[in-house]
Design a protein around this ligand. Structure first.
Ligand SMILES: [Ca+2]
Length: 223
């Protein structure tokens, strides 16, 4: 008989206000489309892909304080091709997306620092190419993270403050249920861990089996 979970732990952490995650698929521009095929392990609803001949995809950003900001970009390249992507913020431009590790995989790159001294800034990504189109292959853009923290690294918990850690005991086998939580405005990441005493062990040896995280934003009251 296999182990059946007896408990569920809901854990929610709030992202530091100095770390602003953006789903690339919320950016818009001619020649870009949102996909969720051809690559898995993406964040949010999918990723942005340039289908060839695209113009800039943009997004307006509101920041609470001026200063130098780094922008992390998560991209997926299916084959090696010579065409880089460009990210621009307030007229400052960086090149990214040329790395290829011999097989298709998601790659994080840190760009910047960019000086942002206006309360709102426009981020744009573009993928101009002026060479043979048979060498061109769409690049996938999953997530951008705007941060003022030089030490921040995506995928680590260092910028997440755990605010909720709630254990729910299951009386019997359950396929669904609900937990209510009061969360103040901010960006959150939540996950659940299924437990059965010390019997359920994750593939990496942790007690309990942890779900993939869900990311969301709790908006404040409009002023
Ligand atoms: Ca995404």
């Amino acid at each position: 008989m296999g182990a059946a979970p007896r408990g569920v732990v809901l854990t929610c952490g709030r992202q530091s206000p100095a770390v602003l995650p953006i789903q690339a698929e919320s950016m818009t521009g001619p020649g870009w489309e949102t996909l969720n095929l051809f690559a898995s392990d993406f964040q949010g609803k999918g990723f942005l892909a340039d289908t060839g001949g695209s113009e800039a995809a943009t997004l307006e950003l509101s920041l609470t304080s001026p200063g130098p900001y780094y922008i992390w970009v998560r991209t997926y390249r299916r084959v090696e091709d010579p065409y880089a992507a460009l990210l621009s913020v307030n007229g400052q431009t960086s090149t990214f997306g040329v790395g290829y590790e011999g097989q298709p995989t998601w790659i994080w790159e840190r760009l910047g620092p960019f000086t942002i001294d206006t309360p709102t800034a426009v981020i744009s990504i573009a993928r101009p190419y002026d060479g043979p189109s048979d060498k061109f292959m769409a690049l996938f853009f999953d997530t951008l993270v705007v941060t003022s923290l030089p030490s921040f690294t995506p995928g680590t918990d260092e910028a997440i403050e755990i605010l909720l850690d709630k254990t729910v005991t299951l009386e019997a086998a359950a396929h669904d249920g609900s937990v209510t939580a009061q969360l103040s405005p901010g960006y959150y990441e939540c996950w659940i861990t299924l437990t059965d005493g010390n019997w359920l062990i994750s593939p990496i040896g942790e007690i309990g089996v942890r779900s993939a995280p869900v990311q969301f934003q709790v908006r404040g009251e409009d002023p």
